[in-house]
Design a protein around this ligand. Structure first.
Ligand SMILES: *[C@@H]1O[C@H](CO)[C@@H](O)[C@H](O)[C@H]1NC(C)=O
Ligand SMILES: *[C@@H]1O[C@H](CO)[C@@H](O)[C@H](O)[C@H]1NC(C)=O
Ligand SMILES: *[C@@H]1O[C@H](CO)[C@@H](O)[C@H](O)[C@H]1NC(C)=O
Ligand SMILES: *[C@@H]1O[C@H](CO)[C@@H](O)[C@H](O)[C@H]1NC(C)=O
Ligand SMILES: *[C@@H]1O[C@H](CO)[C@@H](O)[C@H](O)[C@H]1NC(C)=O
Length: 513
């Protein structure tokens, strides 16, 4: 049994100091020049218009229409495809400096390769122009869990080396068509979690795993081998795209191509050597798996040792191509975890990714799918950034996602989200003051989007979107008003926001349904 071993402890705020009102007196201008504040979405999660204007299915359409994802899907989602002007107007009112979104590969190039879809091209040009004309920077992701189903059908998608070339050609089209206005590119969103959930657990598309997995009975896949193959091809695809950008576009367009991972702050469960070593190993398996090749051109030694011949290797040419190919590292941060050694997992045959890691984490995919609100641990974000600063020589870094998950229909007065955004923002400022090269902070998510794990049960948005309204009307939450105050120069303190609101507005305590 490839049982996903999990043990649970509550990761409480430790030592680094509780936040106080005094800690929240920082303002927008306390962040260094060039630092950017934004909010994000991704194509499948926000656009809708899934079958319109020539778009073909991505692996996410297949997943949602097979009855997975709690019966929800992104067919309409927030309908941003038709409402992008209204959304950019909300961003303008908010004072948002950057919008992070992704391109739907199968909207731009139906079926993945060959002719460009003129309607898809027009849509992204319109969106980008609308942002630029209002002074909002587009930060664009090329692969956010939604590659064309056509490639999954043709050759198994990322398990095949053929994806490397197809991805590089798609990236080339994006750089060529949009690069005169887009300077910040991210090739892959959450490459590590995409790989683990899609190819080890099978919990998310393309739902490949060894039968039976903890989460589903996969019809195809191999959790012993495919996660490593997929990660390898993703790294080669990133490096190929980055090389194209540097050779053909960077001189003129002066932009950057980075890579995004979900990042955890991992600390040992006890001070026993075994747990300390297990924590290093878990860092290698979650982060170093991608970051080591990008920074050093090699997989971590612990992975080579535990995975053995199932871990593909880079030849010297590939290694040189990958090393240094990321202009920045970007992180989506949601939680901390304690790590416990689990040597027994190495006796399991056949082993999968989690068994190879030989460590158990206190927070896992299961908690992400069952627990609603995440504990707020600003010290952990600071610790995570410090880890990457020390381990990889302080590369330019972005915090691409910070957010609080709440029940979707609950309230517009999302205090716990304000607290989350504010405390993590303070942690980023402390990191910067300690020399960490953080360049931007993006809230996940701008709107209440279709969530990849939860469908429409939970949400993270600054704006509520009424799904029962055919117009998908947007309503600002307290968090949107708080971010607006901050971006316009007020302090990050939300106590002050409440005071301001009760004195100057008739406070709109709308309970949503
Ligand atoms: C993780 O989920 C389990 C079961 O749902 C729960 O008992 C536990 O408290 C959760 N742990 C954390 C850290 O939230
Ligand atoms: C996974 O691949 C390995 C190595 O090729 C093979 O030994 C094993 O039988 C495969 N497992 C499944 C479930 O197909
Ligand atoms: C480990 O040791 C450090 C330093 O002595 C201490 O601060 C920390 O609380 C210990 N952690 C655990 C989990 O025992
Ligand atoms: C600040 O940076 C120094 C040098 O990297 C490091 O030793 C120290 O632990 C950092 N402090 C915090 C609170 O992260
Ligand atoms: C929100 O609540 C309404 C009324 O209870 C319900 O009909 C609707 O399905 C809910 N929507 C979601 C996304 O949970």
């Amino acid at each position: 049994m490839l049982k996903l071993c999990v043990f649970f402890v509550f990761v409480a705020s430790s030592g680094f100091g509780e936040s106080s009102e005094a800690d929240q007196q920082y303002r927008r201008h306390d962040f260094p020049p060039g630092f950017v504040f934004g909010a994000g979405t991704s194509a499948y999660q926000v656009e809708g218009a899934a079958k319109e204007d020539g778009r073909t299915p991505s692996i996410f359409d297949t997943f949602t229409h097979s009855g997975s994802s709690h019966g929800a899907n992104g067919d309409v989602a927030c309908d941003q495809y038709h409402k992008y002007k209204e959304d950019v107007q909300l961003m303008v009112e908010m004072g948002l400096e950057a919008y992070r979104f992704s391109i739907s590969w199968s909207r731009l190039i139906p079926n993945g390769r060959g002719a460009i879809n003129p309607k898809g091209l027009q849509y992204y040009n319109n969106l980008i122009n609308e942002l630029i004309s209002h002074g909002i920077e587009p930060h664009v992701t090329l692969h956010h869990s939604d590659f064309p189903q056509a490639f999954e059908d043709e050759y198994g998608g990322w398990i095949s080396r053929k994806m490397v070339l197809d991805f590089a050609e798609y990236a080339d089209v994006c750089f060529r068509e949009f690069g005169d206005r887009v300077r910040h590119w991210t090739t892959f969103n959450e490459a590590n979690i995409f790989t683990i959930t899609g190819y080890n657990y099978g919990a998310l598309p393309p739902q490949r795993c060894s039968f039976p997995s903890e989460f589903i009975n996969c019809q195809r896949g191999n959790s012993s081998t495919e996660p490593y193959l997929v990660a390898h091809n993703i790294l080669l695809a990133h490096a190929s795209a980055a090389r194209i950008y540097r050779k053909k576009y960077q001189g003129k367009q002066k932009g950057y191509v980075g890579f995004n991972l979900i990042a955890f702050y991992l600390t040992p469960f006890t001070n026993m050597t075994e747990d300390i070593t297990a924590t290093q190993r878990a860092n290698d398996f979650y982060h170093g798996w991608f970051a080591d090749p990008l920074m050093y051109g090699e997989y971590p030694e612990t992975m080579k040792k535990n995975v053995g011949s199932r871990l593909p290797s880079f030849n010297s040419l590939e290694s040189r191509l990958i090393k240094g190919s990321a202009d920045f590292l970007a992180f989506n941060f949601y939680f901390a975890a304690k790590v416990k050694d689990n040597p027994r997992s190495l006796q399991i045959h056949p082993r999968d990714y989690s068994a190879d890691m030989a460590a158990e984490l206190s927070m896992s995919l299961q908690n992400v799918t069952t627990e609603l609100e995440y504990p707020i641990t600003p010290w952990a974000l600071q610790g995570m950034l410090e880890y990457f600063k020390q381990k990889y020589g302080n590369p330019p870094m972005y915090v691409h996602e910070i957010g609080q998950r709440m029940q979707r229909n609950s309230t517009l007065e999302d205090l716990s989200r304000v607290k989350c955004l504010q405390e993590y923002m303070g942690a980023v400022l402390s990191s910067i003051r300690n020399g960490t090269a953080v360049r931007g902070y993006f809230v996940w998510s701008f709107l209440d989007v279709f969530e990849l794990l939860d469908g429409y049960r939970s949400s993270f948005g600054l704006y509520y979107v009424d799904l029962d309204d055919p117009n998908r009307k947007r309503y600002s939450k307290l968090s949107a008003r708080w971010y607006t105050h901050f971006l316009k120069g007020d302090t990050a303190s939300f106590i002050k926001l409440i005071q301001d609101e009760s004195s100057s507005f008739s406070h709109n305590h709308v309970m949503v349904k």
